[in-house]
Design a protein around this ligand. Structure first.
Ligand SMILES: [Mn+2]
Length: 327
């Protein structure tokens, strides 16, 4: 696939003029929304409304830690969505293609603006502001709103803060660059409080979530002299507690923190015999190669796949794949 190039500077100018001359907007983001998706979407909606525009946003159910973000209640589900006026413009955020949005098709003639930072973005919009050097879509929204002359308030600042802190893994992922801190400084000046945002996003889970974690942590195992570590969530426990997928968010990061390991696997059996695996590497083992053998994918150091076999067998296969790469 040849990647089409876009000129971010040209795109931002054209998008500003498109936003200024239109009045009705629909703002979308990708399925299974993360912090960057929800934070960017809310900041965009709040800004458009401040500009006197009519703006609506559709989202799928968001993880509980994002439901407390400012103005979260203005988002609607695809089923509930009924815009009284047909939108002039649809803005799609943080989504590499249109198929990832909760909307099947748009009525004809609507201008699509695509704002994203994924390297594999399909440039599906009439206007494409796609910059893979940006750590988060939240960074691009910050630049766009600054250019539009929108006055940043606390609500916009908090939403963009959430977008950027989550997509950079609290400033620990390789995408974290100087621009991130320039933008974060601006957001803090406009009223985003680092301590309040951290409490809201990371110190805000239910007791039940901690019980789920304790069940999974109990399954911790070490293989190949501690070079590989695994944890698992068997179907029996899922059924007994009625555990949902999002309740295991954050567990694989716990595994990754173990200093002796080179590879970490979290195996989750949400359906019997169907094992969802989160694969993480410290940099030597290529876990994407392992995931691809099981119809999954991702990056060298972080991937995912689904294995159709008993949990014990899946674990053995993964450990053996690591052993092969280590020899
Ligand atoms: Mn993102």
């Amino acid at each position: 696939m040849t990647l089409k190039k876009t000129d971010p500077e040209k795109a931002i100018v054209e998008i500003c003029s498109c936003i200024k001359r239109n009045n009705t907007f629909l703002v979308l983001t990708h399925e299974k929304p993360d912090g960057d998706a929800i934070g960017s979407q809310l900041a965009m909606l709040i800004a458009l409304r401040k500009m006197g525009k009519t703006a609506e946003g559709i989202t799928e159910v968001a993880p509980e830690q994002y439901q407390g973000l400012p103005q979260f209640a203005i988002l609607t589900s695809a089923e509930e969505y009924k815009m009284s006026v047909r939108p002039d413009v649809c803005i799609v955020l943080d989504s590499s293609n249109f198929a990832r949005t909760p909307v099947d098709v748009l009525p004809e003639g609507i201008c699509v603006i695509n704002i994203d930072h994924h390297g594999d973005n399909a440039l599906f919009g009439e206007l494409n502001y796609v910059d893979q050097n940006a750590a988060a879509t939240g960074i691009l929204i910050y630049k766009l709103l600054s250019r539009l002359g929108v006055e940043f308030d606390e609500e916009i600042a908090e939403n963009l803060f959430a977008a950027i802190i989550t997509d950079t893994g609290r400033f620990g992922f390789t995408n974290t660059n100087a621009e991130v801190f320039d933008v974060m400084a601006g957001l803090v000046r406009h009223g985003a409080s680092p301590v309040e945002m951290t409490n809201k996003l990371y110190k805000n889970y239910s007791y039940r979530r901690a019980v789920v974690f304790s069940k999974v942590l109990n399954s911790l195992e070490s293989h190949i002299n501690g070079k590989v570590v695994t944890m698992e969530l068997p179907f029996a426990v899922v059924r007994e507690m009625g555990i949902e997928q999002h309740e295991t968010d954050g567990l694989v990061e716990y595994l990754q923190g173990i200093k002796e390991q080179e590879a970490a696997f979290l195996l989750k059996e949400f359906l019997p015999g169907k094992i969802r695996v989160s694969l993480r590497s410290r940099g030597k083992i290529n876990v994407m190669m392992i995931a691809e053998k099981h119809d999954g994918g991702g990056h060298f150091a972080a991937s995912g796949c689904t294995m159709k076999m008993p949990l014990e067998e899946a674990k053995k296969v993964l450990v053996e794949e690591c052993r092969l790469q280590m020899d």
